[in-house]
Design a protein around this ligand. Structure first.
Ligand code: CAA
Length: 283
């Protein structure tokens, strides 16, 4: 199937990054959100990120202008339904995602491929609530989307080969690399990354190190570009907690128990960079 247009649902940091790279690769993009303010913020974030790429000679001004024209911000799910490939990138909550796919259903063309950018939720379960489980799969980008090379492609139990191949072609056109993952809790990247972040929070909780020494240890001692606590702030502590809960519930192993300190930060509304406060203070 030849994909020409992409609908992105959710204009947060993942959604605006996905719209950005899709438009730069020549796809017509409908960027959808329930909130006009979120759409406006996403469009200005995309402008800022593309301008940075222009200033660093990664793309030309003409490429930026053409890509910007390919992005249509819309509050209407009906506009998303006209596209060939839908990537849902809303909040990491299963009920929210299910409601979106249910609301989208009446607007869909018969052939549209449905995907979710979920970082941990069962693709098979999300797919089972739609009319096309064979044309449904996981399409998981890493943050920041314009920079990170990997996209995890996750087959649900019913995903057909044509759908997988079509999504793989899109990843290649983006100039990114696809990793194929089976549909088990948190797939590959977050199955490995989140327990490490959670362990870093335990290391803080138990007083083994402080925020700075933990991050410095992993940056200088393991050559990670960001320390685990800085990375948790960057991803969002609510997202980290949600993924740990999916691992804990889905694999029923105490080794995935979320650190109580992570839970406490989320309960305080200290969610990392997006709320200006997490393990670091950004105010
Ligand atoms: N859009 C476009 N370009 C961006 C960007 C954005 N949002 N953010 C950074 N960049 C570009 C910069 O322009 C710069 O480009 P050049 O090399 O061409 O100059 C490059 O990225 C590096 O940026 P900076 O110099 O500003 O900063 P840095 O060197 O400290 O790198 C970083 C920033 C790329 C974020 C780096 O710290 C990093 O790789 N961190 C780890 C990120 C990571 O692990 N991501 C995965 C998170 S897990 C996930 O996403 C899965 C999940 O489901 C939770």
């Amino acid at each position: 199937m030849d994909i020409q247009s992409v609908g992105v649902i959710g204009a947060g940091q993942m959604g605006n990054g996905i719209a950005h790279v899709m438009a730069l690769s020549g796809y017509d993009v409908v960027l959808n959100d329930v909130n006009q303010q979120a759409l406006d913020a996403a469009v200005s974030q995309i402008h800022k990120n593309m301008s940075r790429q222009v200033s660093r000679d990664k793309i030309t001004q003409a490429e930026m202008d053409a890509a910007s024209k390919r992005i249509r911000a819309s509050l209407a799910l009906a506009d998303v339904g006209t596209t060939d490939l839908v990537i849902e990138a809303a909040t990491e909550r299963e009920t929210v995602k299910q409601a979106i796919f249910e609301d989208l259903q009446p607007h869909l063309k018969p052939n549209t491929i449905l995907t979710s950018n979920t970082s941990s939720i069962s693709i098979t379960r999300l797919a089972s609530r739609t009319d096309r489980p064979e044309r449904f799969m996981g399409f998981h980008f890493m943050n920041p989307v314009p920079v990170m090379q990997l996209v995890e492609l996750i087959r649900g139990i019913a995903t057909d080969e044509e759908t997988f191949a079509a999504c793989k072609t899109v990843v290649e056109r983006l100039g990114k690399t696809a990793a194929s993952a089976e549909d088990f809790p948190a797939f590959i990247v977050n199955r490995i990354l989140m327990p490490m972040i959670n362990e870093a929070v335990y290391t803080l909780y138990e007083g083994v190190g402080n925020v700075e020494s933990i991050d410095q240890s992993m940056k200088l001692g393991a050559n990670h570009p960001m320390g685990p606590l800085e990375l948790a702030d960057f991803i969002g502590l609510d997202t980290c907690l949600a993924i740990m809960n999916v691992l804990h519930d889905g694999l029923a192993d105490t080794k995935y128990r979320p650190c109580p300190l992570l839970t406490k930060y989320v309960e305080a509304g200290w969610l990392g960079r997006k709320t200006q406060r997490g393990f670091y203070d950004y105010r």
